[in-house]
Design a protein. Structure first.
Length: 282
């Protein structure tokens, strides 16, 4: 999983606004298979390895439904270490009878899609070996083909699912944005580069040659505004830089775009052109 460590920049943690903490924690632990790292009256941090936070759930007052038409979260994507672990997870999800939204073969990966109780999208996936990816002049070929579930399930290596494996990480985040052009300029300043485009409405970007650390689309959000504060969905996500130098360069680049920052001690946050809030970490 070298794409999510030195010397690359990647997404490490996502903070979600939800309407009912008890209900959401039960979903993310029983259905998804994450573990509680810490919990308060209105917030819970979830982990796979007992050390690193992957998802933060925060119950907000007077929560309203996400319309899906504003900017914000399209889905979070939990990356499993291998295909057998994805097979174990798919079998578990089928056993729970929790409704799935889809299952796809993206050539570079295989993925399962569902949503949490508030409609926040979730992808659970496993990458195919990098040597099988088809690359052309900086572009990595991807597709959305039907998943061969029968072949995948044949890779199961356990009879009982307890939790996601500790090697599970935040593989990527996929965002709804108002403008692909403005978003590309912003994320290039952070150090991400385009690796695939789906026409003019979707862009996939990464560092270090990964198929994507961030997905951006305008399928339902072209020209849209940000959601209201009490709408469930994305609160923040964390971009992790390999060192202080890389973060400072990103900040310098963003300042040339007129981007504003908030800094409290060593915690620095900003927002992209679609008002998605980003924490810049090391």
């Amino acid at each position: 999983m070298s794409f999510h460590g030195q010397p690359n920049t990647f997404v490490s943690e996502v903070h979600l606004k939800i309407s009912n903490l008890t209900k959401s924690v039960q979903f993310y632990t029983d259905i998804i298979g994450l573990q509680i790292l810490s919990r308060s009256d209105d917030k819970a941090s979830l982990t796979a390895d007992g050390v690193n936070t992957l998802v933060v759930l925060e119950e907000i007052d007077n929560a309203i439904v996400n319309t899906g038409r504003n900017t914000g979260l399209y889905h979070i994507a939990l990356l499993l270490p291998n295909r057998p672990q994805l097979a174990n997870t798919l079998y578990h999800l089928l056993e729970t009878r929790y409704p799935l939204q889809g299952a796809s073969d993206h050539l570079v990966s295989e993925a399962i899609y569902l949503a949490d109780p508030d409609g926040n999208g979730i992808e659970i996936y496993a990458d195919r070996p990098e040597e099988t990816w088809k690359k052309y002049d900086g572009t990595i070929e991807m597709a959305t083909n039907p998943l061969n579930a029968e072949d995948l399930l044949a890779q199961r290596d356990t009879e009982s699912f307890v939790s996601l494996p500790p090697e599970t990480i935040m593989g990527h985040i996929h965002l709804q944005v108002s403008s692909i052009k403005e978003s590309e300029e912003f994320y290039q300043a952070l150090g991400f580069h385009a690796v695939n485009r789906y026409g003019l409405q979707a862009l996939f970007i990464s560092t270090g040659g990964y198929h994507h650390h961030i997905g951006l689309n305008t399928w339902n959000s072209a020209g849209a505004s940000a959601p209201s504060e009490n709408e469930v969905g994305l609160k923040t996500f964390t971009v992790k830089f390999p060192n202080e130098e890389a973060r400072n360069l990103a900040i310098k680049n963003l300042k040339t775009l007129g981007t504003e920052f908030t800094q409290k001690e060593n915690h620095i946050s900003t927002f992209d052109p679609s008002k998605n809030v980003i924490l810049l970490a090391i």
